[in-house]
Design a protein around this ligand. Structure first.
Ligand SMILES: C[S@@+](CC[C@H](N)C(=O)[O-])C[C@H]1O[C@@H](n2cnc3c(N)ncnc32)[C@H](O)[C@@H]1O
Ligand code: SF4
Ligand code: SF4
Length: 362
């Protein structure tokens, strides 16, 4: 089986400083449009179907809309996750170009979310929801669940997800580089039960993997290399995964040849078998790994949640979009006033406002 997914790091720069993430600490350039074009052409030939333009904060890349257009012109699906700080200003340029758009939200209270993100961005997430709905987008809410914010899950569902018919994705915290923490059994049970509700998505195999102690290097589930191509903002192929990053090979216009090289074959042989892989639960790689692991039990466990997600995303939400723009219903806000604000954002954007004036963390 060839790679199906690309995690394309558009930049490591970020305008937030989350406690569970250290990407923002790294100095970084922005990916070059021509490199992306070349690499995506190679990836199409290798069979990649989905490109996740990630970061850092992907909206800090001023040409993100063009990167998305390149991927879609090659028949690939696109995904973008954002902290929302820049979305209201970039929304119109991005509209219709992101197949799976996610807004990160860690709490139902502004103060708790802002403390988690190290920057005031809760109001931007709320504005982002308003603007997105007005433009006919249906962003998912991506909730990174920790032992400390579990109480907010229910509230985000009741106050934001359900009133707006937006999918709430439950993204269990994972550990790497001494960041993150193990989730308690209480949290695991609660998210597993919660993930059965309509308009939610939790891959229950994430819970099982954690209960079993994560990846076992003697019998690995991880298929990070086989399933996923990781590219850095320096135009390097990162192996075996971003979070371990043992090898960083300059691509120099030969991604396809590199992918078929002995170096990558060796990385495939060792994926999930390194000592650092013991106990690993990094969601980004296990989601695609479950689809291809030799033991199919994680595949079968994942399947119903994926089918439910697909039904909600590609049937229910599409019908909803056809019924025209909708007004966001948000906690403690005057919806009409909120939407006036959202419209102003969109108008400002159309009139050519400066799109990249937000604070950055190089
Ligand atoms: C790395 S960020 C990149 C996109 C953007 N900067 C954002 O935060 O939305 C993608 C997602 O990964 C989540 N994330 C970061 N560190 C994590 C960790 N240790 N465990 C689980 N999820 C994590 C973030 O909350 C975010 O929703
Ligand atoms: S906003 Fe995203 S990339 Fe930035 S620090 Fe937070 S999780 Fe990391
Ligand atoms: S088990 Fe984790 S650290 Fe090891 S290759 Fe897979 S994703 Fe990377």
């Amino acid at each position: 089986m060839g790679p199906i997914l690309c995690n394309y790091y558009t930049t490591y720069r970020c305008n937030a400083k989350c406690g569970f993430c250290d990407i923002w600490e790294q100095p970084s350039p922005l990916v070059e449009l021509e490199d992306v074009r070349r690499n995506l052409q190679d990836m199409r030939e290798l069979g990649v179907r989905v490109v996740d333009f990630t970061g850092g904060e992907p909206l800090l890349h001023p040409q993100l809309d063009e990167l998305l257009e390149v991927a879609r012109s090659l028949g690939m699906r696109t995904t973008v996750t954002t902290n929302g700080l820049l979305y209201p200003k970039r929304a119109r340029a991005l509209a219709g170009k992101v197949d799976l758009l996610h807004f990160s939200i860690d709490a139902a209270d502004a103060s708790v979310h802002n403390a988690s993100r190290g920057v005031d961005c809760f109001d931007s997430v709320m504005r982002s929801i308003q603007v997105a709905l007005e433009l006919g987008e249906r962003p998912d809410l991506l909730f990174t669940v920790t032992n400390d914010n579990i109480e907010h899950l229910e509230r985000i569902y009741d106050e934001i997800s359900r009133p707006n018919d937006l999918i709430l994705i439950v993204n269990p915290l994972f550990e790497y580089n001494a960041l993150g923490a193990s989730l308690s059994e209480d949290v695991l049970s609660r998210i597993k039960a919660f993930g059965k509700r309509p308009y939610t998505y939790l891959n229950p195999a994430f819970v099982t993997l954690r209960r079993e102690g994560g990846n076992d290097p003697e019998d690995p589930v991880c298929r990070a290399v086989s399933t996923t191509i990781v590219i850095s903002p320096f135009n390097e192929l990162v192996l075996p995964c971003y979070h371990y990053g043992l090898d960083r090979i300059p691509i120099e216009g030969r991604l396809k040849a590199l992918w078929n090289s002995d170096v990558v074959a060796e990385h495939k042989r060792l994926e999930g078998r390194h000592e650092v892989c013991r106990g690993c639960t990094i969601n980004c790689y296990f989601e695609p790994s479950f689809a291809s692991a030799p033991t199919k039990r994680f595949f079968w466990e994942s399947l119903p949640s994926k089918m439910n997600y697909g039904w909600t995303k590609f049937v229910l939400q599409r019908l909803d979009v056809r019924s025209g723009p909708r007004e966001a219903v948000l906690p403690g806000s005057d919806t009409a006033a909120g939407n006036r604000k959202a419209r102003n954002h969109a108008t400002t954007l159309a009139s050519g406002d400066n799109l990249i004036d937000a604070p950055t963390t190089p």
